[in-house]
Write a protein that binds this ligand. Structure first.
Ligand code: F6R
Length: 694
């Protein structure tokens, strides 16, 4: 998905070389989100001049283009603002002209970087074209840039403030987005706004900030209105002539404790990983926030007011401290982030449990759920809702939830859940599982359930994300930043977090005590067992380089808890090795998939020892009778498997946790298949880390 980065320095000398470096690094840190072109816009040598660099392909190419240009890199700016973007093509192919920043006109009066999709862009484009405006790109963003110029040009005396101008523009937009605006009419100012797409602002000062929050400013009643009836698709368009009413207050937090303005830098990004190397002090914007940075001050306005004239969200935005370390977003000794993240799992599962499991007392404490436990226990059903890997983690734990809570549980793909308009009631408990916390389908499903009065629980990795903020309660899985597009450590941490949730919900049921204890004992062993599984890495590389090297397809079979393992393993193989792979419920074999089996069809069958073992043995017999030569994922010491069969032997754990170990060889296998074929492991083609559009 696209990535935004903006940089502002105030009373702090920076030469152009440093500024370009900061911008390119900001983009590089967000590369993992997926993109196909990169660009930036900085101040030129003369007032009112903006210089662009744009490149199709990687940020490395953008750096090269800058290095090869003859721009004067030693020019120093004591204050400036600049914006940059990685674009994941939606409207129009990757090309220099479609690459952001997008300009309003050849004099660059307004330039914009944009994440998300403006759904009424076509109508806006039509109206603006009818009024004589010329478009040069195929992007939806250009309609916004030109609309901004149109609104500005329509102002008598052009006395509108930058945030009021942007507010007027945003009121005409439909869809979900995050924007940063820069303009030659407002030198050294930027305005940034979000609706449905994440944005945060890092603040860096030498002295301590006076206060740790920024007030949300409620503007005057006629602020942000312009010309009536401009856009036909927005019948309630509130464009009307602007009031030049400017209620400027001095922002309290940019001053040092002695009350004096101080040198300050601001970093605007869609992702904390682009900010953490500069500062850990960040402020997350809420939907419909409009942040204005000017003269070293940060002001936050709201797009709309509620009927009583009050902002409907809290009246301040606090400046929080990021908990991630810079090392967490570096590859270290590994070749790829995905490899690093697979190898981090012995620690990441511990981080999910840290402070939440007291092994000696068999006690679980999930602080984020504590006060909601009685409501959850009284719920008439639990509905899990997620996409992709996160969906698989819910599927992997569904049976355990049903067993331990005795509440009916359903697991829904968020997109399908919305398509079906599933009935949801006040006594439902809806659990939203998401690594990024920004997946559009999952967010829409969450809002659908909130509207219907259900209790909404988030199982999220990214602190401060939309899902973590909009749910009533939840668990942060604390897996640490996941950079590889293919989710690995987030899967195992989501799985562990869900196990903890089920255990916590069942703590009042004495009859479950032995079962709970067995699971908690299993959790204690988990890190050591994961390390043992990782020792199989070279065997898996060997399978990838020999047995599976030239195959076009791979079937993964299992049942019960291992059905989710097969689906997740197949997803990993598809997404990074670009190989057709299918997870099959072994109980369904005879109902169709068996027809695929012959001596040429590669199969992996998951046959670890749980209560369904005999049934999986029967599936094994059915496929080998048809000459398949499956690789068997089984437990160490299982003598039931005939000599000569290729096996991947794993430590045994309690049935509900076995999937946590069984998935790791499949993660490694997909990784080695991708490496062998020379694919971009961390950024597979056509995919994005954070899917912020439907
Ligand atoms: C696959 C993968 C995706 C995500 C899915 C949901 O490896 O990463 O399938 O799991 O896009 O993303 P989150 O968990 O961020 O909601």
């Amino acid at each position: 998905m696209c990535g935004i980065f903006g940089y502002c320095n105030f009373l702090k000398d920076k030469d152009r070389k440093e500024i370009l470096e900061i911008l390119c690094n900001g983009l590089a840190r967000q590369e993992y989100r997926g993109y196909d072109s990169a660009g930036l816009g900085i101040d030129g040598d003369n007032p009112g001049e903006i210089v662009f660099f744009k490149e199709v392909g990687k940020v490395a190419g953008l750096r090269k283009r800058i290095a090869e240009s003859n721009i004067n890199t030693s020019k120093t700016f004591s204050s400036q603002v600049s914006i940059a973007h990685t674009r994941w093509a939606t409207h129009g192919p990757p090309s220099t002209v479609n690459c952001h920043p997008i300009r309003s006109d050849p004099s660059n009066e307004f330039i914009i970087v944009h994440n998300g999709i403006v759904t009424n862009a076509a109508a806006l484009r039509q109206v603006l074209q009818n009024r004589g405006y010329k478009f040069e790109s195929e992007t939806d963003t250009e309609a916004v840039a030109i609309l901004t110029k149109y609104v500005y040009d329509s102002q008598p005396g052009k006395r509108i403030t930058f945030p009021s101008l942007v507010k007027t523009v945003l009121k005409e937009l439909e869809g979900s987005f995050a924007f940063v605006f820069k303009s030659i009419h407002y030198p050294n100012e930027i305005v940034t706004a979000r609706r449905g797409s994440p944005l945060l602002i890092g603040v860096k000062t030498e002295k301590k900030l006076k206060v740790d929050f920024v007030d949300v400013e409620i503007s005057g009643p006629d602020d942000g209105k312009a010309v009536d009836g401009f856009v036909p698709t927005a019948p309630n368009s509130r464009l009307a002539p602007p009031a030049p009413k400017i209620s400027r207050r001095q922002s309290r937090n940019y001053m040092s404790e002695d009350g004096m303005p101080q040198p300050i830098e601001f970093f605007v990004a869609s992702d904390a990983s682009a900010i953490v190397e500069h500062t850990k002090r960040v402020l997350y914007l809420e939907d419909d926030d409009i942040a204005h940075i000017s003269d070293g001050q940060l002001h936050i306005h709201r797009l709309r007011r509620n009927e009583s004239g009050q902002a409907e969200t809290p009246a301040t935005r606090s400046i929080e401290t990021l908990e991630i370390e810079i090392a967490a977003i570096m590859k270290g000794k590994f070749d790829h982030f995905m490899q690093k993240e697979i190898y981090e799992q012995p620690e990441s599962v511990v981080n999910t449990m840290r402070g939440r499991v007291i092994f000696d007392d068999y006690r679980i404490t999930l602080g984020g759920l504590r006060s909601y436990l009685p409501i959850i226990r009284r719920g008439r059903r639990i509905v899990f809702c997620a996409c992709g890997t996160s969906y698989h983690s819910a599927l992997a734990t569904q049976a355990m939830f049903e067993e331990l809570t005795e509440i009916p549980v359903s697991v829904e793909l968020a997109s399908d859940f919305l398509d079906r308009k599933t009935p949801i009631f006040r006594d439902d408990v809806c659990v939203f599982v998401s690594q990024s916390g920004e997946t559009a389908d999952t967010i829409l499903a969450l809002r659908y359930c909130l509207e219907r009065g259900a209790l909404c629980v988030g199982i999220v990795n990214t602190v401060g994300s939309t899902i973590s903020r909009e749910t009533h309660c939840g668990i942060h899985i604390n897996a640490g930043p996941e950079v590889g597009v293919a989710s690995t450590k987030a899967y195992t941490s989501q799985y562990v977090a869900l196990v903890l949730m089920a255990l916590q919900l069942s703590e009042d049921r004495i009859s479950f005590t032995p079962r709970r204890r067995a699971i908690i004992d299993g959790l204690r062993e988990l890190p050591v067992q994961i390390k043992k599984v990782l020792e199989l890495d070279s065997t898996l590389r060997e399978f990838a380089n020999t047995l599976l090297a030239n195959q076009r397809s791979l079937l993964l079979m299992g049942r019960g808890y291992q059905h989710a393992t097969c689906l997740e393993g197949a997803l990993k193989i598809k997404e990074i090795a670009y190989m057709h792979s299918e997870g099959i419920l072994a109980g369904e074999l005879k109902h169709g998939p068996l027809a695929l089996i012959d001596e040429n069809m590669p199969v992996i069958i998951v046959m670890t020892q749980d209560s369904l073992y005999p049934k999986v043995q029967s599936a094994f017999a059915q496929i080998t009778a048809r000459k398949a030569q499956p690789i068997v994922i089984c437990n160490e010491g299982d003598d039931g498997i005939k000599k000569g069969v290729k096996t991947i032997r794993l430590p045994k754990t309690v049935d509900v946790l076995q999937g946590l170990l069984n998935i790791i060889p499949l993660q490694l296998l997909s990784y080695h298949l991708a490496v062998k074929n020379g694919f971009d492991v961390d950024c597979p083609r056509n995919l994005a880390k954070s899917v912020t559009t439907e």
